[in-house]
Design a protein around this ligand. Structure first.
Ligand SMILES: C[S@@+](CC[C@H](N)C(=O)[O-])C[C@H]1O[C@@H](n2cnc3c(N)ncnc32)[C@H](O)[C@@H]1O
Ligand SMILES: O=C(O)C(=O)C[C@]1(C(=O)O)C=C[C@@H](O)C=C1
Length: 246
């Protein structure tokens, strides 16, 4: 199981940019649960939403799958015949552990939708026709100039009636709203046992690699990418999730 996240607990001479390496993969379930308000609710309901929209005999993508939490949730909920999940991540440490988690799930529960994990950059994928695509806290790590083209390619691959579930950490256009939601997020982290030092060092590690958009930017970009409708289905502090329909 997952170790406790102590990656930023001791003072670092220099805080390097955050990377999804072996150290992060080892503590990831603990890190994301203690860092992202609403994460367990989002993951569980990705399964519910995907099961509502998945079309029999179609492909489902989990892009930037990490350890496959969203894939595992979809497998717990999906009952459609002939669906297949392709989980993709470019971090070797994540992909290796994700494969282990998925085979453990296979050995515990029978007749799950088949799921495979593949190491690839989602910017290089040739998307095949699909009914559900999940980007659960992944788009925020894609360079902003590449976000629209990626969403356009996802939109083009989606079958009629298909959906994208997009979860992100948000920033807010209004400075006071931004400051207030950021402060309650830090309070959430402190309530989950992170020290001020851990919070500050993690903040420095992610500030250059995780560039955030406002909810409005996300919704208008999805429209620009060709989605017919996009709306928020969940928000907790400065984290939230959107459903976008093909
Ligand atoms: C915050 S984690 C995602 C959490 C995961 N979706 C979940 O539900 O637990 C972001 C993941 O995106 C992956 N990632 C970032 N950029 C990527 C890219 N260009 N191609 C594939 N994976 C990428 C990272 O390796 C990391 O595992
Ligand atoms: O905003 C933060 O402080 C976070 O730690 C968030 C976040 C995320 O949103 O993906 C950042 C990196 C890790 O993957 C886990 C959580």
């Amino acid at each position: 199981m997952s170790d406790v996240d102590r990656l930023f607990a001791t003072p670092l001479a220099q805080v390097s940019d955050f990377v999804f390496d072996e150290n992060v993969a080892r503590v990831f379930p603990d890190m994301i649960k203690r860092s992202v308000p609403g994460y367990p609710t989002i993951v569980e309901n990705i399964g519910v939403i995907a099961a509502h929209y998945a079309q029999p005999g179609t492909l489902i993508y989990d892009l930037g799958c990490s350890l496959g939490a969203a894939t595992q949730s979809m497998r717990r909920h999906l009952r459609q015949e002939g669906c297949r999940i392709l989980a993709v991540d470019n971090a070797a440490a994540m992909v290796q552990r994700c494969a282990e988690y998925l085979s453990a799930q296979d050995s515990m529960i029978e007749e799950l939708v088949p799921a495979t994990v593949m190491q690839a950059d989602i910017l290089d994928l040739d998307f095949e026709p699909c009914s559900v695509v999940v980007l659960n806290f992944t788009l925020q790590f894609i360079a902003p100039p590449q976000r629209l083209a990626l969403l356009q390619r996802i939109r083009q691959a989606l079958l009629p009636g298909g959906i994208l579930i997009l979860s992100e950490k948000f920033r807010f256009a209004d400075d006071r709203e931004q400051e207030r939601l950021e402060q309650v997020h830090y309070a959430f982290k402190r309530a989950n046992g992170y020290s001020d030092l851990e919070i500050a060092q993690k903040r420095s590690a992610i500030e250059n690699v995780m560039l955030l958009d406002t909810p409005q930017t996300h919704l208008s970009r999805l429209e620009q990418a060709g989605f017919s409708q996009a709306y928020s289905w969940f928000q907790c502090f400065n984290f939230g999730s959107i459903v976008a329909h093909a």
